[in-house]
Design a protein around this ligand. Sequence first.
Ligand SMILES: Cc1ncc(COP(=O)(O)O)c(C=O)c1O
Length: 412
Amino acid sequence: MVKLDIEGIIDDFPTLNQDVNGHRLAYLDSAATTQRPIQVLDAMAKYNKISNGNPHRGAYQLSIRATEEYDFSRQRVKEFINAREVKEIIFTRNTTESLNLIANSYGMEFVKEGDEIVLSISEHHSNILPWQRVARQKGAVLKYMYLDDKGRITDEEMDRVIGSKTKIVAIAHMSNVLGTIHPIREIVERARRVGATVVVDGAQAVPHMKVDVRELDADFYVFSGHKMLGPMGIGVLYGKRKLLEDMPPYLLGGDMIEYVTEQDATFAPIPHKFEAGTQNVEGAVGLGAAIEYIEDIGLDSIRDHEMKLMEYTLDRLLDIPYVGIQGPKDLKSKGGIISFTIDGVHPHDVSTILDAYGVAIRSGHHCAQPLMKYMGLPATSRLSFYLYNTKEDVDQFIRAIKNVRKWLGYGA
Ligand SMILES: Cc1ncc(COP(=O)(O)O)c(C=O)c1O
């Protein structure tokens, strides 16, 4: 059922139906976290009211139901990203934990002295710090692919950096700062030629565009539930079966073992080998419901909706002489994210002033300090869209932007 009639959709989101500082709320920070529809909230409440139990542990009905719900969500995730097998889906807390798991397990096991780990300069800190530690401990070298003046990684740059010593390429599918959609297929092709493993941070891509992990052929692909209408505290790590089977576990404890003796232990098969301790079943149920909601609307419709809003916004922002826009303006290689600066105004003042008009945007380094340094900026302001945003949100944002400099005493 396609129901991308915004009037219908916004009623599904209780948090969006409120006034802030005397104005209707225009929520433009979905790259940070998304709001949850009532269908997701209800699915979690229903689970808590009827089915709560510790999965995989009990022979009684509540535990069995919890196990079934958890497994059903894993199946949903598998189908959503078109993984080959359900055991290739590991539940984690979020993208950050997924990346730490890969770096600490795969990275620490297989990266050797002198190997190179390739990142892009636009990575989120979650996809930098774990690799810095691997590089330091293993004597490997971190190398960066830099962006051209349109915020993109060129073929020449990939060829310059990915070479015979490359062991791992770790890159975001979509930049959380610039919205650039990075050329994952081209990167995977180059990595294959040199036998490198590709880790894709899909935190910003999976909620907004169709992702098919088999078509991309990445070795690992990770994302967070809370950026795709789901709850916080549930994330996904997809990995190719063979790689996951060859990796040592990351966390050790209950539910991930086969046998334990006084001195030793053997481990459960994947995915359980990587899911030590009691898991976030409620979160998995919420993520499953979020996927159902997204699929009801359709990722093509979501992308189309966001691109129309982007066009509408860019047309108006580009007309304001004191606004500078970072990153690509060509919508084909960009998601629904705009990073911008206002001449003479610190980005933090921009978001504080916008809040007074009910407009929620993000300002700061966006957990991407190396990118900020590369761009020569201390911070930017960032707006980001999702399926529930409207032209009314954009109009409210533009009206507020036109007031920012007046607040600080400029004529316009
Ligand atoms: C590209 C990217 N990677 C990783 C993360 C970290 O996500 P989380 O905080 O859900 O672990 C974010 C969050 O903003 C992100 O945008």
